[in-house]
Design a protein around this ligand. Sequence first.
Ligand code: HEC
Length: 300
Amino acid sequence: MLGSNLAWAAPENSPWGKDYFPNIELVDQDGKKYHFYDDLVKDKVVVIDFIFTHCGDTCPAQTASLTKVYKLLADRMGKDIFFYSISIDPKHDTPKVLKEYAEKFNAGAGWLFLTGKTDDVTLLRQKLGLYRTGIDAAKLNEHKTSFMIGNDATGQWIKRSPFDKPQVLAGLIGRSISRSPDDKKENLADYSESTVIPKLSKGEDLFRSRCESCHSLGTEDGIGPGLLNVTQRRDRAWLARWIKTPDKLLAKKDPIAIALLNQYKKVLMPNFRLNDADVEALLIYMEDSSKAAQQNDSNK
Ligand code: HEC
């Protein structure tokens, strides 16, 4: 059983309690079975997102962002905070496939990768407000990447984007714990602790929101390679094509792309559907950052 430090149950008047959520059966990456409400949500603080593992689109970025949030909450994960990444492609995402995926993102205690029956999962997405009829039914790639943060004890559920700052998200999740049903009137979604963000260049803004979850602009690797001096290492036209359509280069068996993919545990770099101006802004930002790093070095 999953542990919990919370002594109180969902307030009786909360619309988001046991009568609201379907108590569907889900299986985790180790083959363990759970009932959604009774075992996974009741009395807990949870983060729930929907993924599929062979997604070349934004979901690897979604999982990578949660990895950052997870690290910030590490000492409480599996104790009072739980993350659930639920597959929307149960046919493909068996527990074994999910286990490999979890390992790629170094997911540890308290982070379950779950699968279940397609209809059950769809119902859950609908109940969580993360399903758009028509679009989501037709195309996995278009699925919503927002996720829910929920505190069953207070009946508070909020929707967030994985591209928010990890510190802000961790703060939001962490703070929601200490709340008792009595102070649920307070608005969980306040931004009082988020700092005023200085105006960023377009390239920096894109980099921070889309790329930073997997890449540093230093030498150390994250989920993807460290990008310091990448603009000097690689041909500019190749970089532009890679950033815009990594999936196409892989499909064409581009040798550099294949070598990189093999080196980085076969995590797919997402295709963010950036336009040429976005890609150019990113390249300029990466070039400038590398130059600034070199100048810092020579000043030492
Ligand atoms: C989900 C993680 C993830 C995100 C988000 C991501 N990348 Fe990557 N990136 C990778 C991985 C992994 C590789 C290595 C190749 C592979 O496995 O596909 C890579 C490779 C690269 C490379 C080639 C590095 C080299 O050594 O040649 C560049 C350049 C790059 N990414 C830029 C970006 C930019 C720009 C963004 C944001 C628009 C971005 N990436 C977003 C995971 C990611």
